[in-house]
Design a protein around this ligand. Structure first.
Ligand SMILES: Nc1ncnc2c1ncn2[C@@H]1O[C@H](COP(=O)(O)OP(=O)(O)O)[C@@H](O)[C@H]1O
Ligand SMILES: [Mg+2]
Length: 298
């Protein structure tokens, strides 16, 4: 086994993190707790979660299903209120939805009766921008997501990946301080998903935006993130805020690099404890057989 640790950072990567931490804090989450359910049967979805995100940082949040990832996004979006603790965006308490937070979810949320361009213009128009200025704004974002040629199409004429690119353009056209993405590529096939990840890095590099991206795909998190917030389930607590030691710019060749593999092993330890030692739950599958004797396949 390679002696490489996920903590081994090259000097260039360490320098990147030193610079990143000097940038202003955009999002500050302090002792955030969210309880659902009844008094007699409470569900502690998030327990004392604290972290900070710096300007133009890309943070991924990973964790097993049910560990509170979507709850965290809904709190950041202002769609839920914390039970205790605080959420500050640019130093101001989040107390409801607002245009300073853009959102992209897994389900397609475009207006089906509007063209691609009208979908992207919708937010700026709602803010009172003139039609001409909103059109210019939309053109710029559609160009960044490489959909200029589809400006006059309707959502149903687009592939899943293209719809999500429109959703990203639409969110960014509102000039949010932070882009919240909850498993945005979860419904896409593997090839489209990989393409969307490359697109997103390109968009992030060229737009003045900070990203909080939820995923349960560990490779996706390592490929995209500066830092990865690992949540442990029941109750949802911060296990670690891990600095990804993989240099930028990222490429798919890095999936096999020692830095990448060491980070992956570290995340696996948190999320699937025991899977490395051969005691994975596959061993616990029932020994029921519904085949003919002698029909062995492996
Ligand atoms: N509105 C709700 N009412 C009651 N329980 C909820 C509600 N939303 C989420 N939960 C519970 O909170 C926990 C975290 O859920 P969620 O944030 O959706 O997890 P994840 O997105 O990581 O899969 C789960 O146990 C879930 O059942
Ligand atoms: Mg979820």
């Amino acid at each position: 086994m390679s002696p490489f640790s996920y903590r081994n950072q090259s000097e260039a990567v360490a320098e990147r993190f030193r610079k990143l931490k000097q940038r202003p804090v955009v999002l500050e989450v302090k002792d955030l707790t969210k309880r659902f359910g009844t008094e007699s049967n409470p569900v502690l979805a998030l327990d004392n979660v604290s972290f900070e995100v710096h300007r133009r940082e890309f943070v991924c949040v990973v964790g097993a299903s049910g560990c509170g990832k979507s709850t965290l996004v809904r709190l950041l979006a202002g769609l839920e209120q914390p039970t205790s603790g605080s959420l500050l965006l640019d130093g101001k308490t989040v107390d409801g939805p607002g245009a300073d937070r853009g959102m992209v979810f897994q389900g397609y949320t475009l207006f089906p009766w509007l063209t691609v361009k009208d979908n992207v213009m919708f937010g700026p128009r709602m803010k009172g921008m003139s039609r001409a200025a909103a059109r210019e704004e939309a053109d710029q974002w559609l160009s960044l997501v490489s959909l200029d040629a589809f400006a006059d199409s309707y959502p149903h004429q687009l592939s899943g990946g293209m719809k999500q690119r429109v959703a990203i353009a639409r969110a960014l056209a509102n000039s949010p301080r932070i882009l919240l993405m909850d498993e945005p590529f979860g419904a896409l096939d593997a090839q489209t998903r990989a393409q969307m990840q490359r697109h997103l890095l390109h968009i992030w590099k060229n737009a003045d935006v900070t990203i909080v991206f939820i995923t349960h795909d560990l490779d996706e998190a390592i490929y995209l993130a500066d830092r990865i917030l690992v949540l442990k389930p029941r109750p949802g607590r911060v296990a670690e805020l891990l600095e990804v030691p993989v240099p930028r710019p990222r490429s798919t060749e890095q999936f096999q690099s020692p830095e990448f593999l060491a980070t992956r092993r570290r995340l696996e330890e948190w999320i699937h404890p025991g899977s490395e030692t051969g005691t994975s739950h596959v061993d616990e599958l029932p020994r029921l057989r519904l085949t003919q004797v002698g029909d062995e396949v492996e």
